[in-house]
Write a protein that binds this ligand. Structure first.
Ligand SMILES: Cc1cc2nc3c(=O)[nH]c(=O)nc-3n(C[C@H](O)[C@H](O)[C@H](O)COP(=O)(O)OP(=O)(O)OC[C@H]3O[C@@H](n4cnc5c(N)ncnc54)[C@H](O)[C@@H]3O)c2cc1C
Length: 289
């Protein structure tokens, strides 16, 4: 399996890359780690005339603390996230979900921005971004704009990015206070995409009541989604509320659950509810500890 012929460009600066994208219009794509794009091209599920490799643009790499957030440059490798010790305390969901992404070979090439721009509904980083209400910065020759994660994912492998735009960085808010975080997912084999998964961030007040929470679901819709009904039901309640009930509520009413030979929609819903319960229990225990 070989891709159809394409022209390859490796700009040294963002401006140069943006100018190339603007020139080529629909017949160009950004290449980051290539871990999703290259298989698609190689299997000829997609063809593209021009690949703009953004891997040599220094300003797109790095992990920086900016006020009450951590900003990750779009081409920062998953492996870098894994090795950045501070993220374990500043953005625990990011740190804890990274080892669940494929295998280390994938994480050594795949990028944070590439995963979010690819927008697989079962991928970890899009779900972290949505769960934590991350802000995505994108750039084009027309200028820069910020997109809240809640407005970024449009559908399966589809985002709010225009063809001439590059995702440049992602800002993950840092939660302060008595917080707990957990990621739970189920995959048939280690390293596979999850059949279903859940991420929970929770904060409790001095009376051990939930005063902030976010529940993200993976693999249960065409995009990563938030379980808003379950979040609202939990707010103000004791953090020891019934985790199984949170799980059931989180998946209630989901109508676009994918199904295939790995598991039909009903199975994924049951798994999803269970993952939410487990993640809720773990996150609240951490917050109360
Ligand atoms: C065997 C295997 C197992 C995997 N398992 C998992 C898993 O369990 N969980 C998981 O989350 N992922 C998994 N992945 C996917 C992996 O995480 C990819 O690295 C990731 O989805 C894409 O990142 P990338 O940097 O390689 O992007 P690329 O493959 O280079 O690009 C992907 C898409 O995003 C676009 N793009 C990339 N960067 C930008 C940008 N900055 N701005 C605009 N558009 C951009 C590209 O044009 C392309 O359309 C797996 C991949 C493989 C091959």
């Amino acid at each position: 399996v070989k891709p159809a012929a394409f022209e390859y460009y490796a700009p040294d600066s963002l401006d140069e890359g943006l100018a190339l994208l603007a020139d080529f219009g629909d017949d160009a794509k950004v290449l980051a780690g290539g871990q999703s794009l290259i298989p698609l091209l190689s299997m000829r599920l997609a063809t593209i005339g021009n690949l703009i490799d953004i891997g040599r643009i220094d300003e797109l790499v790095g992990v920086r603390e900016v006020g009450a957030a951590v900003e990750i440059g779009a081409t920062t490798l998953s492996a870098t996230v894994e090795r950045t010790a501070s993220l374990a305390s500043t953005v625990p969901l990011l740190a804890r979900s990274t080892p669940l992404i494929g295998h280390f070979q994938i994480r050594n090439r795949g990028t944070v921005g590439g995963s979010i721009a690819h927008a697989d509904p079962a991928a970890e980083y899009p779900t972290v971004a949505l769960t934590l209400d991350a802000e995505l910065e994108v750039a084009s020759v027309r200028g820069r704009r910020q997109i809240p994660a809640a407005e970024f994912f449009n559908g399966f492998w589809s985002t709010a990015l225009e063809p001439d735009e590059v995702l440049t960085s992602i800002r993950f808010p840092v939660w302060e206070g008595r917080c707990g975080f957990a990621v739970r997912e189920f995959a048939r084999r280690f390293g596979d995409f999850a059949l279903a998964g859940a991420m929970v961030a929770v904060r409790v007040d001095d009376d051990d009541r939930v005063d902030r929470c976010a529940i993200g679901l993976m693999g249960l819709a065409p995009t990563p989604i938030r379980a808003t009904a379950a979040e609202h039901a939990a707010l103000g309640e004791s953090a020891t509320l019934d985790a199984d009930q949170v799980g059931r509520l989180a998946v209630a009413g989901l109508s676009e659950v994918p199904g295939d030979h790995h598991g039909d929609a009903a199975y994924r819903l049951r798994v999803g509810a269970h993952m939410v319960s487990q993640a809720w229990r773990a996150a609240t225990e951490e917050a109360l500890a």
